[in-house]
Design a protein around this ligand. Structure first.
Ligand SMILES: NC(=O)c1ccc[n+]([C@@H]2O[C@H](COP(=O)([O-])OP(=O)(O)OC[C@H]3O[C@@H](n4cnc5c(N)ncnc54)[C@H](OP(=O)(O)O)[C@@H]3O)[C@@H](O)[C@H]2O)c1
Length: 348
């Protein structure tokens, strides 16, 4: 029979078996209807039990993401059915895998693939996750550090390697540099041998950007940077990683080299996905490239490279605050108020 703790209705889901009475309980944060942080309800639920294709994971920590704000607000589309346990990433240990691919106790990360949207996600003590979401890892990092890594680094590394195909010795501007994805992109780009420029609206955050590896800091108070950057770099830059979105996209396209510069749109901190009245002949003239990164590009090798780099101190990890599960409303308010400088993590 299906139980209240198992709102699993993703595309590949077979019936999740819940045995009333025999099943153990877990704490989970459930959203019953879209709304503000107050709709995040901490509840006791039956612990789900795995069926073939699905792995039961004990969640030890998870990072907080803006994508979860969108889902909580009801802005993630019709695929999301409420009630839903949200959360698009986690780290933890395998409890049970009926297919035998993962052994009990194995440390794993999981992210995306419909997690917290198509089926219940990570805001819980346990989660039932499809094999396709799960990446086994080797690490001695504490859970709160590990919990900050998967989605933040997946986004930054995927943007740099897959979308921009960055090459050592080139120049890159990280626009929205103080965001958690921005800081991560700075440290990774530096590790990959690039010259890194980064932006903030707030002059007091200059040292934060420098500590993370930025060679140059640019104050981006009005979204008009191209003329100023071109004065210092007349030939333009090789790459821009655009985290503010379409609001500043045309200005970013004016910053890249012509021909050959590449701009990747990965975020929308400026609040807008779409461009009206956009003219490619004007903004992409003669050999500039525009691309985007929308996630799901990290494999086990990439994740292990990041974890090893963090363990060795080569790659910097920016964790801002660590919350408990029962502080989830406070954590969402904090994220929404743009108070964080780095990743917020919930430690279970
Ligand atoms: N494509 C993907 O796969 C993917 C995955 C994850 C995240 N993302 C996106 O990446 C972006 C960054 O996410 P995050 O979690 O790293 O963000 P975050 O850490 O919450 O970023 C906060 C910072 O963004 C800056 N900011 C906020 N509103 C702004 C505005 N209106 N204009 C300019 N700057 C603003 C502020 O920096 P200053 O005050 O210093 O300027 C603020 O400190 C988001 O748009 C997110 O949706 C995309």
């Amino acid at each position: 029979m299906s139980g209240p703790g198992c709102n699993q209705d993703g595309p590949n889901v077979e019936t999740t078996i819940m045995v009333e009475g025999a099943a153990e309980k877990m704490k989970a944060v459930v959203v019953h209807q879209p709304g503000g942080p107050e709709v995040l309800k901490l509840e006791e639920r039956l612990r789900p039990r795995p069926s073939p294709g699905w792995v039961l994971v004990r969640i030890r920590a998870f990072g907080l993401n803006r994508a979860e704000l969108f889902t909580r607000n009801g802005d993630s589309g019709d695929a999301v059915k409420f009630p839903r346990i949200i959360g698009i990433e986690c780290v933890g240990e395998v409890v049970e895998d009926p297919d035998g691919e993962f052994s009990a106790g194995q440390t794993v990360a999981a992210m995306m693939g419909g997690m917290g949207r198509d089926f219940d996600g990570s805001y819980a003590e346990y989660s039932l996750l499809p094999h396709s979401c799960i990446i086994p890892i080797n690490t001695t990092l504490p859970w709160e550090n590990l919990g900050a890594i998967p989605e933040m680094f997946q986004t930054a590394l995927g943007s740099l390697r897959i979308a921009l195909n960055v090459q050592s010795g080139k120049t890159i501007l990280i626009r929205g540099g103080t965001s958690s994805v921005g800081l991560t992109s700075i440290t990774l780009a530096r590790d990959m041998g690039l010259k890194v420029l980064a932006t903030t609206r707030n002059p007091q955050r200059q040292s934060l950007l420098e500590e993370n590896g930025a060679h140059e800091v640019w104050i981006d108070s009005d979204g008009e940077l191209s003329d100023r950057i071109r004065q210092k770099h007349p030939g333009g830059l090789d790459y821009v990683l655009e985290l503010l979105g379409t609001k500043t996209l045309n200005d970013s396209l004016s910053i890249i080299k012509n021909p050959g510069g590449i701009c990747c749109m990965t975020g929308i901190l400026g609040g807008s996905w779409e461009l009206n009245g956009w003219n490619p002949m004007e903004h992409l003239w003669n050999g500039k490239y525009l691309t985007a990164y929308s996630g799901e590009g990290m494999d086990q090798k990439d994740l292990q490279y990041v974890i090893d780099g963090v363990q060795e101190g080569r790659i910097r990890l920016n964790t801002d605050r660590v919350f408990a599960l029962d502080q989830i409303q406070e954590a969402h308010k904090y994220m929404e108020a743009n108070q964080a400088t780095g990743k917020c993590v919930v430690l279970i």
